[in-house]
Write a protein that binds this ligand. Structure first.
Ligand code: ZN
Length: 220
């Protein structure tokens, strides 16, 4: 199931996200021919932890709370290993359909494609609807959890972003020591205590918290 941007703009606001005016200084990756795959201050590097895997690193400092990058992309109904969940049944593919890669003939990937998982992440992932030229666009915002020096690996905790991560069950190789949960899961794979830990660190998506609240309310 793919939803066009026009259908999306007409979508009822049952999705629990804040609608905000566009943040002018931030380029929205994946939107229009002129946007680049990688934002300023971010580069691709070889993962220091997983052989053959690429990862995102900072090339300039980012302050705590600063948006490192934001992106949109085609809406898909089922998650992939690269997509970002926006709400129940709504996922964003981090590609730019307006830019075709000359080598592959496929739409160009955008930064989100290379954002790896960590149980002790350097960024938080937020879901927002913004307004551009009267249209409503869902974006994923990747924000620094702490002050980041140049050369910091960008990572996010998949369990705080995805209801059910596609790679659930794989051994976690994030290398964050005692903080590592050892196995990759989505939100539904966490214990109540683990969920509480993510909520208190501010890395649990609002739609996931609201989903649990609705479940509890239904149970009475
Ligand atoms: Zn881990």
């Amino acid at each position: 199931m793919a939803m066009s941007r026009t259908e999306l703009a007409a979508m009822p606001s049952t999705i629990h996200t804040k609608s905000k005016p566009m943040l002018a200084p931030i380029e929205i990756l994946g939107f229009g021919k002129e946007t680049s795959p990688l934002p300023p201050g971010v580069a691709l590097a070889h993962s220091p932890k997983i052989d053959g895997q690429q990862t995102l690193v900072t090339t300039k400092p980012f302050r705590k709370g600063e948006t490192v990058f934001a992106f949109t992309g085609p809406i898909i109904g089922k998650g992939t290993i690269y997509s970002f969940q926006f709400a129940p049944g709504i996922h964003i593919d981090p590609i730019n359909p307006d830019r075709i890669n000359q080598e592959t003939g496929e739409p160009e990937r955008t930064a989100g494609h290379w954002l790896n998982h960590s149980c002790a992440p350097s960024t938080r992932v937020e879901q927002e609807i913004i307004e551009i030229n009267g249209g409503r666009i869902p974006i994923i915002k990747v924000t620094a959890l702490e002050d980041l020096n140049p050369g910091t690996e960008l990572s996010a905790d998949y369990a705080g972003m995805e209801e059910d991560a596609v790679i659930t069950g794989l051994e976690c190789l994030c290398g964050s020591g005692a903080a590592c949960r050892k196995i990759i899961t989505g939100w539904t794979g966490l214990s109540d205590e683990q969920k509480g830990g993510l909520i208190s660190r501010g890395i649990a998506a609002e739609y996931l918290i609201e989903m649990d609240e609705e479940k509890r309310a239904k149970r009475g």
